[in-house]
Design a protein around this ligand. Sequence first.
Ligand code: NDP
Length: 245
Amino acid sequence: MTLNGKVALVTGASSGIGEATAEALAAQGASVVIGARRTDRLAALEERLTAKGTKVLSLELDVTDQDACKAAVQAAVDQFGQLDVLVNNAGVMLLGSIVGADTTDWTRMINTNVLGLMFMTDAALPHLLASKGSIIQVSSVAGRVARVGSGVYNASKWAVGAFSESLRQEVTAHGVRVVLIEPGMVDTELRDHITDQAAKAAIEERASQTRQLQAADIANAVVYAVTQPDYVAVNEILIRPTDQA
Ligand code: NDP
C-alpha cells in the first residue's frame, strides 16, 4: 500500500484508462476523486471502490468548463485536505481527414484534450506545489508520430507534450513531478465516439489485427511513476502493443 494517505484526482474516470487508473491507485491505498460527465458510470465505480475500503469522492465534471475544473479541485481539497496526484486523462479521439472535416470535432478535441488538461493543471497546481505532488498527463503515441487521418488528434496530443515539458521545467525545482504517459492502441471505448465512419472503420480494422493493450497496462505505468522515491522523476513512458509498428 505505497499510496496510503495520498489523494489522487482522475479525470475521465468513467471508463477505460481513467477507470482502471482510479482502481489501481486505490489498490495502492490512495483516496480517489473521480470525475467525468457520465455520473452513472462513476457511481458504479464508487460503489466498487468503497466496498474495498477506499475513500472516494465522485464528481460530475466536464473538463472543458474551467469553473467546473476549479470546483472539482476545490471539492477534492475540501473533502480530503490535500491533493497529491492529478491524472489528466479525459480525452476524445475524433479521427478523420483534414480535407472536408467536420470542424466541430476539432473544437471538441482541442477543448477537451488540450484546454481541459490545462484548466485542470491550473486549478490543481497550488495544491500540488504544497504537497510536492505529481501530474500525470495522458498523451499518446499520437503525440509523437503524426499520421494521415489523425491530424487534429495528433496536434492535440503534441500540445499536451509541449505544455507538459515546459511545466516540468518550471516546477521540478519545487519538487512537483510531471509525467507524460504515451499509450499506443488500448482496448477502450475511445474509438466508439469517432464521427467519420470511414476513419472509424479503418481503426477498427487495425484494432482487430492487434493484440491491444488493456487499460490496466496503462494504469500500471501510472502506478509505477507515482510510487518512485521523491528524488526520482519518471518524465515519460511510451508504451505500445508489441503488434503495433
Ligand atoms: P474512453 O473513451 O474509455 O475514456 C475517455 C474518458 O474521458 C471517459 O471517461 C470520458 O468520460 C472522459 N471525457 C471525455 N470528454 C470529457 C469531458 N469533456 N470532461 C470530462 N471527461 C471527459 O477512452 P480511453 O480510456 O482510451 O481514453 C483516455 C485517454 O487515453 C484519452 O486522453 C485518450 O486520448 C488517451 N489514449 C487512449 C488510447 C487508446 O488507444 N485507447 C491511446 C493513447 C491515448 P465521460 O464521457 O463520462 O465524460
